[in-house]
Ligand binder design. Structure first.
Ligand SMILES: Cc1cc2nc3c(=O)[nH]c(=O)nc-3n(C[C@H](O)[C@H](O)[C@H](O)COP(=O)(O)OP(=O)(O)OC[C@H]3O[C@@H](n4cnc5c(N)ncnc54)[C@H](O)[C@@H]3O)c2cc1C
Length: 288
């Protein structure tokens, strides 16, 4: 969203040893670890963030080679196993898979990395398809131990994962079970989904959906709209006219503008509205 200051330390993690070393570094400095992927769903406080901000840049993909086009689509629920490191940009990953007749098209148009997508179980809206339904296992570093957890251990619900409840884990890699489909069909579906996004969502200086849908599936934009808050602004931060669950930085918005706007929206609602984006404070802790 182009809001926020600088990190006291910023580290790129290329190897598992880097991940182990950065945890030691946080102990030595006494600073918290803040994990970052592509930053498409995160907003940082202004000024100096007193934290070690680390991003996994390892992005290796282990792709099986499949005859193109795949003659026999696999039965529903079965897929080809693909292993990918967390720093892989999701959009590039989808392109590479499609070239091999492998279909993750439901994740079309989601910015950011594979690690960020797993952390927040990114995907379509409530009731749609999320990355968690393709996950077989996730490898991560937590409390100085490497662990590989199967899908059922990862707590992958609507925009939720067990990783959100941990003192920062470093999600390192993921094994996905990806369905097969002829490349032309995948491309046509991705094109259709992109057109839909372009028609309904803003794409400038935003971090995507700000609030989660209610547990009964009611989309947040409907509630915000019903409260008459479409277009509502605090300073340079505004509820988008095009999509009432997207916040826009219309100029030089600050972190305080954004948090005030979120809190005002929440206080207008008759029911709790959970925040989907991550707001990181100056001390590295998470506000929402
Ligand atoms: C225009 C637009 C459209 C969007 N559409 C959608 C959508 O349709 N569906 C959807 O779900 N989201 C959507 N988003 C939100 C966002 O793109 C997703 O949540 C995305 O998965 C975030 O990935 P990221 O790598 O940018 O994560 P970041 O914003 O960098 O991080 C998000 C969280 O993940 C954690 N994290 C990231 N990488 C790691 C790692 N390796 N280890 C541990 N923790 C990690 C971070 O600590 C942070 O808490 C949209 C955003 C925009 C701007």
């Amino acid at each position: 969203m182009r809001i926020g200051g600088a990190a006291r330390y910023f580290v790129e993690l290329k190897t598992k040893k880097d991940a182990e070393d950065v945890v030691i570094f946080t102990e030595e400095t006494g600073l918290p670890l803040v994990m970052l992927g592509g930053g498409s769903n995160t907003i940082f406080a202004d000024g100096m963030i007193e934290a070690v901000v680390a991003r996994v840049v390892a992005d290796r993909v282990d792709l099986p080679h499949i005859k193109a086009p795949h003659p026999n689509p696999l039965p529903p629920g079965e897929g080809i196993l693909v292993h990918v490191e967390a720093g892989k940009i999701l959009a590039s990953f989808l392109n590479e898979l499609a070239e091999q007749n492998l279909d993750l098209s439901p994740l079309t148009g989601i910015p950011g990395t594979v690690g960020g997508a797993v952390f927040g179980n990114a995907g379509q809206g409530f009731g749609g398809t999320w990355i968690g339904s393709f996950v077989k296992d996730v490898t991560f570093y937590h409390k100085k131990q490497w662990k590989t957890w199967k899908q059922e251990e990862c707590g992958l619900g609507y925009r939720e994962s067990v990783f959100k409840t941990m003192s920062p884990p470093i999600i390192w890699s993921v094994t996905l079970s990806v369905p097969t489909r002829p490349q032309e069909e995948i491309q046509a579906e991705r094109e259709r989904l992109m057109q839909k996004r372009m028609a309904t969502q803003p794409h400038v200086k935003t971090a995507g959906s700000c609030f989660k849908s209610l547990p009964n599936g009611t989309p947040a934009w409907k509630l915000i709209d019903a409260a008459g808050l479409r277009g509502f602004r605090v300073g340079d931060i505004q509820v988008a006219e095009k999509h009432a669950n997207f916040l826009l930085n219309t100029g030089k918005a600050t972190f305080d503008d954004a948090t005030t706007l979120v809190q005002k929206i929440q206080s207008h609602m008759g029911q709790p509205l959970d925040v989907e984006m991550r707001f990181v404070k100056k001390d590295g802790s998470v506000l929402f």
